[in-house]
Design a protein around this ligand. Structure first.
Ligand SMILES: [Zn+2]
Length: 90
C-alpha cells in the first residue's frame, strides 16, 4: 500500500475500521484505509484544486489547504492539459 500523503510504500497494517483494513505510514504517520488511492479523488475535489491553481496558488499552497499531495495535483493538471490539447488538435 502506498501512503496518500508522502507516497511512501513503507506502510503497515493498523487494525480494521468499518470492515476495511486500516494502514499507517511509517514515514509521515498518516493513517488511511484500504482501497484509498491518492488519484481517486472526486471530480469536485479536482475542480477545486485546479481552480485554486488557476487563481495563482502554488501546488504547495494547495497541498497545505487540501492535504492532497502536490504531485497528485500536478498529475491532474497534466491530464487536463493533455485533454485540452487533444480537443484543440481535432
Ligand atoms: Zn506517508
Amino acid at each position: 500500500m502506498q501512503c496518500p500523503r508522502c507516497h511512501s510504500t513503507q506502510t503497515f497494517k493498523n487494525g480494521r475500521r468499518q470492515d476495511r483494513q486500516c494502514y499507517k505510514c511509517k514515514k509521515c504517520g498518516r493513517q488511511f484505509l484500504e482501497f484509498y488511492q491518492p488519484w481517486c479523488y472526486s471530480n469536485d475535489v479536482k475542480q477545486i484544486c485546479m481552480k485554486m491553481h488557476l487563481n495563482g496558488m502554488s501546488l504547495r499552497e494547495i497541498e497545505r489547504v487540501t492535504d492532497i499531495h502536490h504531485t497528485t495535483i500536478l498529475h491532474w493538471l497534466r491530464k487536463a492539459r493533455e485533454g485540452l490539447d487533444s480537443i484543440s488538435n481535432k
